[in-house]
Design a protein around this ligand. Structure first.
Ligand code: HEC
Length: 464
C-alpha cells in the first residue's frame, strides 16, 4: 500500500474541508482564468477593431480583478488541493500520477507558462496603449494566456474524467500494460471538457457583468454596451454547456446515474428527488432572470440582479461538483480503487491476510489484532478506512451513525457497508478479527462516557 501517516481532520472532516477548497478553486480557475482569459481576448479584439478606448479601459479593470483572484486565491487553493489529496488519499494520487505522469508534468509547465504570461501581460499593458503598434503584442499575449489556461483545464479534465470513467484502461492488458492513451481519451473527457469550457465562459461573463456594474457607475453608455456584450456571451454559452452536459451525463456508469438524485440533495432528503429539481430550477432562474434583465435594461437594472446572478451561478457550480464527487462513490477511481484508497483487486487478499499487516504507519504491535490491543487496532482501522468520509464527533460522525447499536449489531453492519441501502460506501476490508476490532472501537465511542479513557488504557498497556 502507498501510505502516509494518519491525519484526522476534527469536526468538519476531510470531505467538507476538501469540498471548500476544491470548489473555491473551481470558481477562480474556471472564472478568472479559463473563462476570464477568453472574455478578455474577446473584449481586446473588439476594442482594437473599433478603436474603442472606453472598452479597452474597462477590460483592463476586469483583467486587474481577475489577475488578483487567479494569482492569489486560484494558485493557493490549487496548492491546497495538492497538499490535501496527498494527506488524505496518497494511494489514489499515486495511481493517478503513475497513469498521467507526463501529462501532469506538461500541465505543470503549461500552468507556469500561464502565470508568467499573465504577469507579463499585466506589466506591459499600459506601455502599449490602444492605437499604438505595440497593442498587437498585448493582444497576442492575451491570446496565448487564454490558450495556456484552457490547456491546463483540458489536461486536468482528462484526469477527472478518468476517475469517473477509466474505460478501456482497465480492460487493456492490465496491470502489465495499461493503455495510457485509453486513459487520456476516456469516454467522459471530451464531453466534460466541452461542458466545462462553455460553462467557464458563461461564468466569467457573469462575473464580468457584476464588475461592469461597479466600474461604469459614471458611464451608462459604456455599461449598456458592455452588459449587452457579456450578456450575449453568457446566453449563447448556455445551450452549448447544456448539450455537452447531457453528453457527459450519458457517459456515467449506470450505478453513478442511480446515485444522481441522492448526490444532488442529501441522503435524508433522497425520498424527495423533486427537492433537487426545485433547487436546480431556482438557481438557474436566478442566473437567467439576472442575465436577461441586465441585458435588456442595462442602464436601470439594480446591482442586486448582478449579485443574484452570481450567487445562482456559484450555487450551480457547487452543486455540480458535489454531485460529480458523490456519484463516483464508493470509488475514487471507478471500478479500480475505493474512496478510502483500497484497490478493488486487493480486497480478497487483504480479507485473508489482514489489512493492518500492510499498514506502514501503524506501529507493529497493532498490526495483529488480539484482545489486549483491539480498541487501538480498531481505531487505526477506522482512521484508515472511514475517516475519508466520517468524523468521530463532527459532521457525518460515525458515533451518531452507530448510536443505539450494540457491538454485535455494529459488527453485522460493518459486514454490509456496500449494500443497496448505502451503495456509496466501500466494503470493509480486513479479517474477521479486524472487523470485530473496528466494531469494538465504534461501540466504545457510544457506550463509554469517556471513550478516550478506555482507549488510552489499552494503548498504555500494550506499550508497556
Ligand atoms: C466514501 C465515503 C464513506 C466511507 C469511506 C465510509 N462511509 Fe459510512 N457513510 C457514508 C455516508 C455518505 C453515509 C450516509 C450519511 C447520511 O445518512 O447522511 C454513511 C453512513 C454510515 C453508517 C450509517 C448507515 C445507515 O444505515 O444509516 C454507518 C454505520 C457507517 N457509515 C459506517 C462506516 C464505517 C464503519 C466505515 C469504514 C469502514 C465507513 N462508514 C466508511 C460515507 C462513507
Amino acid at each position: 500500500m502507498f501510505d502516509y501517516p494518519i491525519f484526522e481532520m476534527p469536526f468538519i472532516g476531510h470531505r467538507l474541508l476538501f469540498a471548500f477548497d476544491a470548489i473555491l478553486h473551481v470558481f477562480i480557475s474556471h472564472g478568472a482564468a479559463v473563462g476570464g482569459s477568453i472574455i478578455l481576448a474577446l473584449t481586446q479584439w473588439l476594442a482594437i477593431k473599433n478603436n474603442d478606448h472606453k472598452l479597452d479601459a474597462l477590460s483592463y479593470k476586469i483583467l486587474f480583478t481577475f489577475f488578483i483572484l487567479a494569482t492569489a486565491v486560484g494558485a493557493l487553493t490549487g496548492i491546497g488541493i495538492w497538499i490535501h489529496i496527498n494527506i488524505i488519499n496518497p494511494a489514489a494520487i499515486g495511481a493517478l500520477l503513475r497513469v498521467f505522469f507526463w501529462k501532469w508534468f506538461i500541465e505543470w509547465i503549461v500552468f507556469n507558462a500561464e502565470m508568467i504570461l499573465l504577469l507579463w501581460l499585466f506589466l506591459i499593458w499600459k506601455k502599449h496603449p490602444l492605437g499604438t503598434q505595440g497593442k498587437k503584442k498585448v493582444f497576442n499575449l492575451v491570446l496565448s494566456y487564454a490558450v495556456a489556461s484552457w490547456l491546463t483545464m483540458a489536461i486536468i479534465t482528462a484526469i477527472l474524467g478518468f476517475m469517473m470513467t477509466p474505460g478501456n484502461w482497465l480492460k487493456s492488458y492490465f496491470p502489465a500494460e495499461p493503455d495510457y492513451m485509453a486513459a487520456l481519451f476516456n469516454p467522459s473527457w471530451i464531453p466534460s471538457l466541452g461542458f466545462r469550457t462553455f460553462w467557464s465562459i458563461a461564468w466569467a461573463a457573469a462575473m464580468a457583468m457584476l464588475l461592469t456594474w461597479f466600474f461604469t457607475k459614471k458611464d451608462l453608455e459604456l455599461r449598456q454596451k458592455a452588459m449587452r456584450l457579456f450578456g450575449t456571451v453568457l446566453l449563447v454559452c448556455i445551450p452549448f454547456f447544456v448539450l455537452f452536459g447531457a453528453w457527459y451525463y450519458a457517459q456515467f456508469p449506470q450505478a453513478a446515474k442511480d446515485l444522481f438524485w441522492m448526490g444532488a440533495i442529501t441522503r435524508r432528503l433522497a425520498a424527495h428527488p423533486e427537492y433537487a429539481t426545485y433547487l436546480i430550477v431556482a438557481l438557474s432562474s436566478m442566473v437567467l432572470i439576472g442575465a436577461v434583465s441586465l441585458y435588456t435594461k442595462p442602464k436601470h437594472a439594480p446591482v442586486f440582479l448582478a449579485v443574484m446572478m452570481l450567487i445562482g451561478s456559484m450555487g450551480l457550480i457547487g452543486e455540480f461538483e458535489r454531485v460529480r464527487e458523490f456519484v463516483r462513490k464508493p470509488y475514487i477511481i471507478y471500478d479500480y480503487m475505493y474512496a478510502n484508497g483500497v484497490r478493488v483487486a486487493d480486497v480478497p487478499y487483504l480479507n485473508k491476510t489482514g489489512y493492518l499487516k500492510h499498514a506502514a504507519f501503524v506501529p507493529p504491535e497493532f498490526r495483529e489484532v488480539n484482545e489486549q490491543n483491539k480498541l487501538v487496532a480498531g481505531k487505526y482501522l477506522y482512521q484508515m478506512q472511514c475517516r475519508y468520509c466520517h468524523t468521530t464527533n463532527g459532521i457525518n460522525s460515525v458515533k451518531a451513525r452507530t448510536a443505539g447499536l450494540s457491538e454485535e449489531a455494529i459488527y453485522i453492519r460493518i459486514g454490509s457497508l456496500n449494500s443497496p441501502a448505502t451503495p456509496f460506501m466501500p466494503p470493509f476490508t480486513g479479517t474477521d478479527a479486524e472487523r470485530k476490532a473496528l466494531a469494538a472501537y465504534l461501540a466504545s465511542l457510544a457506550t463509554h462516557d469517556k471513550p478516550a479513557l478506555a482507549y488510552q488504557k489499552q494503548l498504555d498497556e500494550v506499550k508497556k
